[in-house]
Design a protein around this ligand. Structure first.
Ligand code: RP5
Length: 167
């Protein structure tokens, strides 16, 4: 559902193309839930002007949440949050040097007044950021609420239906 005719409700951004391996899990979940979204590489350090423009136009373009993934000196989510009131959901990408602890701390340790909702390092964080965005949208979008309910029911049934780990 990337860049469909439907105006995107969620912006999915990442600091580098190399983050896609992680962030594709957020995209897949948004897609599965039928949530219109866009995907962009926006780098806090390499394309700061693009970042500022993205943040400045986010609300006006109808974005209701921004999922931002970055690794290492992961300033993208925090800088977006500094420039827009659209809620920012930060995903720490697992870095090679420090296994993502650098990413996590860079994203989570925001000063009071500029919040970033921070998720787990790596793929689980990307998946959960998408599910959280869905939960945020659910109150105003009955189709998203239904899709989220169905996903949760399916997940519960799958776990309950295979509760013997030897099989
Ligand atoms: C960050 O630096 C990106 O978010 C990425 O996780 C990390 C490495 O980027 P590349 O050198 O792979 O482009 O800005």
């Amino acid at each position: 559902m990337t860049d469909t005719v439907q105006a995107p409700l969620v912006g999915l951004v990442m600091g580098s193309r190399s983050d896609w391996e992680t962030m594709q899990h957020a995209a897949a979940r948004l897609e599965a839930l039928g949530i219109a979204h866009e995907v962009r590489v926006v780098s806090a350090h390499r394309t700061p002007d693009v970042l500022f423009d993205y943040a400045a136009t986010a609300a006006g373009r109808g974005l209701r949440a921004i999922i931002a993934g970055a690794g290492g000196a992961a300033h993208l989510p925090g800088m977006l949050a500094a420039k827009t009131a659209v809620p920012v959901l930060g995903v720490p990408v697992q870095s090679k040097a420090l296994n993502g602890m650098d990413s996590l701390l860079s994203i989570v340790q925001m000063p009071a007044g500029v919040p970033v909702a921070t998720f787990a390092i790596g793929n689980p964080g990307a998946t959960n950021a998408a599910l959280f965005a869905a939960a945020m949208l659910a109150a105003d979008h009955a189709d998203v609420a239904a899709a989220l309910d169905a996903f949760r029911a399916r997940q519960t049934a799958e776990v309950a239906g295979s509760d013997d780990p030897r099989q």
